[in-house]
Design a protein around this ligand. Structure first.
Ligand SMILES: [Zn+2]
Ligand SMILES: [Zn+2]
Length: 245
């Protein structure tokens, strides 16, 4: 059995008072974070989830609300947790350089430190499948700002498969990428279709029957979607929400 805990479910701007994107997934062989927004340490602490349980951080793309929390996660793992076991940071091409540049800009240089645990970086490309820590991960390209190297993922943890959209607008290949997943965690920033690079409830309603997934949960909720939460026919995530598969 796998378990998913939504650590952060807001859009990039903290809509609805929620935290930025981070989803903790736990399988029989370990745990991983799908994205690590800047508010991730706060969320893990509030929810009583130990950073030590995170064997892998899987990054969907290089926007701060999806990977801005990695430097603080690493520093807290060393100074607060005295972590000893390795962590893998997996993401689109340039993952290591982008994380280092981000950390340097924040004043938290990652190079030239005596880390108490190994940090391994691995790139994953669209249409590639990798064995990563406790999971098998397949990547697909999404419809989002190209300079952020946007990807979505299918993550197989034991018997269950979780699909995650990352950030994306609608594209015709999306249903095939998430088909037969037990859970599809899909971004839904907007209520009405306004942008090509984020999804809306309007489009997901239109395409709901095309999505062959056991359970569909919407996340990355913007202002309007935050107000709709719990009042629409499609399930919406909230910070701290836990789902067993
Ligand atoms: Zn985002
Ligand atoms: Zn984004």
């Amino acid at each position: 059995m796998s378990e998913v805990v939504f650590v952060g479910t807001s859009d990039a701007f903290g809509a609805g008072g929620r935290r930025q994107s981070a989803i903790f997934a736990r399988g029989e062989r370990g745990g991983m974070l799908l994205d690590c927004g800047a508010t991730t340490n706060t969320g893990l602490s509030q929810l009583g989830l130990a950073r030590d349980e995170v064997d892998v951080i899987l990054v969907s793309h290089f926007h701060g609300d999806h990977f801005g929390g990695i430097p603080a996660f690493l520093y807290a793992s060393m100074y607060t947790d005295h972590r000893k076991h390795a962590i893998e940071i997996v993401g689109p091409p340039e993952i290591e350089a982008r994380v280092h540049a981000l950390a340097s800009a924040m004043g938290h240089h990652l190079a030239d430190r005596q880390w108490t645990f190994p940090i391994h970086y691995r790139e994953i490309h669209a249409d590639e499948t990798l064995e990563v820590g406790p999971a098998e991960v397949s990547a697909f390209a999404t419809q989002h700002q190209p300079e952020a190297h946007p990807h979505g993922y299918r993550v197989r943890l034991g018997k269950e498969q979780i699909a995650y959209s990352g950030d994306t607008g609608w594209f015709d290949g999306l249903p095939a990428q998430v088909a037969e997943s037990d859970l599809f965690i899909c971004e839904c920033t907007l209520h009405r279709k306004e942008l090509d690079f984020h999804l809306s409830l309007e489009e997901l309603r239109e395409h709901r029957d095309d999505l062959d997934c056991g359970r569909l949960i919407l996340t990355h909720l913007g202002e309007d979607m935050s107000k709709e939460r719990g009042q629409i026919e499609i399930e919406t995530a909230d910070d701290g929400m836990a789902v067993k598969l």
